[in-house]
Design a protein around this ligand. Structure first.
Ligand code: IMP
Length: 193
């Protein structure tokens, strides 16, 4: 068994990744190896933040570590809110306020957008990042009760429902996070043959 540490306090992320990893990997949560669940995130890109968290963890536990960061990148806003998605409307990290600000900024503008997840892996062989992207558009108003974050205003390409109107399995089959995890699993297969 090859042990991998996922640097998150979010048990949903641990469960999602566990289900996708080959059985030869044992996935450990941050707290299992004595790490805090909130790791430093001071970068100005998703790559830098994911790498910072993975580096922090690897330097302390010495096991292969993975960490992720996600942002909503809107074309007409030059890629904003991007790495600042969680705090777009202020430090309270309120999803409703974040969506309200986004809808206000987009009045009269093009609505094309994408979610992007970056996953960093650091082990004794070095560091790498992979990404997963789902393109779509920003709805005129929030729709649906499922999901979290910006899901009620994001309509993925090829669908006429927002992520919050889709069932979780349908969202997870095409999501940015799923695509990043698939890219990571492919890298792991060649790295640990
Ligand atoms: P994190 O990197 O997972 O902490 O996410 C950063 C920001 O993007 C937070 O505001 C999340 O709510 C938002 N976010 C991340 N993934 C999703 C998603 O799948 N749907 C909607 N919002 C998301």
């Amino acid at each position: 068994m090859r042990r991998l540490v996922l640097c998150t306090g979010n048990q949903g992320k641990v469960a999602e990744l566990k289900a996708l990893l080959p059985a030869t990997f044992e996935l450990l949560g941050a707290t299992t190896v004595g790490l805090p669940t909130e790791l430093p995130e001071t970068g100005t890109t998703l790559e830098a933040n994911a790498m910072e968290k993975a580096r922090y963890a690897f330097d302390r536990c010495g096991l292969p570590c993975i960490a992720d960061d996600t942002g909503l990148e809107v074309d007409a806003l030059g890629g904003a809110p991007g790495v600042y998605s969680a705090r777009y409307a202020g430090p309270q990290r309120d999803p409703k306020a974040n969506m309200a600000r986004l809808l206000m900024e987009l009045e009269g503008k093009e609505r094309a957008a994408r979610f992007r997840t970056v996953i960093a892996l650091i082990d004794e062989q070095g560091a790498l990042t992979v990404e997963g992207v789902v393109r779509g558009s920003i709805a005129g108003a929030p729709r649906g009760r499922g999901g979290f974050g910006y899901d009620p205003v994001f309509v993925p390409e090829g669908w006429d429902r927002s992520f919050a109107e889709m069932d979780l399995a349908a969202k997870n089959a095409i999501s940015h996070r799923r695509r990043a995890v698939d890219a990571l699993v492919a890298k792991l297969a060649t790295r640990y043959r």
